[in-house]
Design a protein around this ligand. Structure first.
Ligand SMILES: [Zn+2]
Length: 276
């Protein structure tokens, strides 16, 4: 249905008024066709969430077709609909592709206490990430992992990571390695990358299950479940230096310290949520 403010609606209403006395001229018809074309292309080009997915994962996604993502092997995945009535718990338990973009990730913002249930990036469509990286329970993820040297100058051990995100992790590593010792100390030893397990509080797949997340130095970390022992509201606190957060965000990673249900050592590769 045309919105009342659309250019087509305006021309149609003009044409219908003029049509009472005169037929619509060839020129008017041309303008109408052109306006329809422009309006349609604007609507199609304006699907920001699906476009962001295609830009973030160009090797996996071939194109957007209507409300679906089409993978390079031809498989289609419907994006689903925005349903404002769905609860936070329902979205954590199962999110569709559109749900993943409900909360805008605040890239570059100063670290601060998030608002209640503001967990940008925790609504994940499991089927989508299974298709991107594989299902770890079937051994599909582990056999694809590649080695990345983490902080060659400061620490120099290898971690294993999903090949799609390994170059980005290497770029983050180089940036942190060049930071002053007092800052980079929060980034090693790492507390883990790949682990075929779910998120502790919900049992849903974590990005660790895809080899696309890294936990940094445990001694600099706060996790809401450890702090609250599962009772009471999370009380945000943080020791992760902003310089480290900024380095990760520059290369397509989001930070668990931006979540109401915080996990300040956790970074995961989610380039679809970060504008370049
Ligand atoms: Zn983690």
């Amino acid at each position: 249905m045309l919105s009342p403010g659309s250019p087509i609606a305006a021309i149609l209403s003009k044409a219908s008024i003029e049509n009472k006395n005169l037929p619509v001229s060839g020129l008017d018809r041309s303008i109408l066709c052109l306006a329809a074309l422009l309006w349609t292309s604007r609507v199609v080009a304006g699907d920001a969430p699906l476009d962001a997915l295609k830009q973030a994962y160009p090797n996996a996604i071939a194109r957007i077709d209507g409300n679906a993502v089409v993978f390079r092997d031809g498989a289609r995945m419907e994006a689903g609909a925005d349903d404002p009535a769905r609860s936070f718990d329902a979205l954590i338990a199962h999110a569709n592709l559109r749900d993943m973009f409900r909360l805008a990730y605040p890239k570059g913002a100063p670290p601060a206490q998030p608002k209640e249930n503001f967990d940008p990036g925790r609504f994940r469509d499991k089927a989508f990430f299974d298709r991107l990286y594989g299902d770890c329970r079937k051994g599909e993820v582990e056999r694809r992992l590649v080695a990345v040297t983490w902080l060659a100058k400061s620490w120099g051990r290898t971690v294993t990571f999903a090949p799609e995100a390994a170059a980005a992790l290497g770029a983050v590593s180089a940036e942190i390695d060049a930071m002053p010792p007092s800052i980079r100390r929060a980034a090693y030893p790492t507390a883990g990358t790949y682990a075929c397990r779910g998120v502790a509080d919900r049992g849903q797949p974590s990005m660790h299950a895809y080899g696309a997340a890294i936990d940094l130095n445990l001694d600099y970390s706060y996790y809401w479940l450890w702090d609250s022992h599962g009772k009471g509201a999370p009380h945000w606190r943080n020791r992760m230096p902003r310089e480290i957060v900024d380095a990760f965000e520059r290369h397509g990673f989001i930070w668990g310290g931006r979540w109401y249900h915080y996990d300040t050592m956790h970074f995961e590769y989610r380039p679809e949520l970060l504008k370049p």
